[in-house]
Design a protein around this ligand. Sequence first.
Ligand SMILES: *Cc1c(COP(=O)(O)O)cnc(C)c1O
Length: 340
Amino acid sequence: MPTSGNPFDIFPRVTLMEHATPIERLFRIEDALGADLRGTRIWAKRDDHMTLGGGGNKLRKLEFLLGQATNENCDTIIAVGGVQSNFARLAAAASARRGLSCELVLTQMVPNNSEAYQRSGNVMLDELFGATVHALPEGANTIEFIEKRVAELAAIKRKAFVATLGGSTPVGCLGYARCAFEIHRQSRDLGVEFDLTILPNGSGGTHAGLLAGAILLDQDPKSVRAHSVLGNAEKAIADTVSKVNATLELLHRPAALTANEVNLSDAHFGDGYGIPTRAMVDAVRLMARQEGLLLDPVYGGKAFAGLLTDIKSGIVSPGSNVLFLMTGGTPGLFAYRDAF
Ligand SMILES: *Cc1c(COP(=O)(O)O)cnc(C)c1O
């Protein structure tokens, strides 16, 4: 349902989710925190709660990316990611749903050669959704491989649309700019003002989209806080700023964001992307045991661990409403059975 004044309606978009995702209060986590809670109310925006392909944040980006691909008359989606990429899995599912051909170029981003990591979880689902999987060996030249594959497809009269890591192009970022408007509407309907939204930052497109949306809605960009899981703070902030400004440019708004307006911490990054931390395991367990909900080990687990420390340290103001963006990725749990 288009909303009046929605600046995203001019962009081609395919519908991959029928409804707004729910926002719920995490009462049992609040109880479990005891005195540490300091009167905080913890809410979850359930972007893990979507019907297509197991759901997750990448579907919002794919709505606009597949819109662009369709508009450009592409018949094949080539999506790039790590072996356990949720983006690849959802590109495969969305392509199946839209009758597009899908090829996945999966790279070794995480030093994990376990059977579970290399064969289970997302990568197992990729094949189930009918995608052609190109698993590249460590050190392979990904860009060269993709160029060659695009040319091979062109030679048989097929037109490929290449969606790189996380789908975080300016067009992909529109998905979460639009989500900021969805949250704004829900906040009004609930009668709750969210003082701080907390989420993971990987390729940065989710954070960047929410920030672009916040700017369009005249909200303080610092009210969106991310925990980086893919790079150190300096790099994650620089990447996110350039994505926000590119997204605003696409929307014909003056690009305005600077690095010191980005609220981001790398305290829960640990030893690297996809490498488990103790706090992540504890956070995934807490959510499962108190609420019966699943976080993923690469993104949501680390970000929720960050939220818990932010509450304890007072970064979340005592007595405020904090909204945690649950981004999905639960198939990844099966790849990380060793960590649990
Ligand atoms: C990709 C992903 C993220 C991070 O989103 P980015 O836009 O890449 O920063 C967070 N959570 C899950 C489950 C993801 O798959």
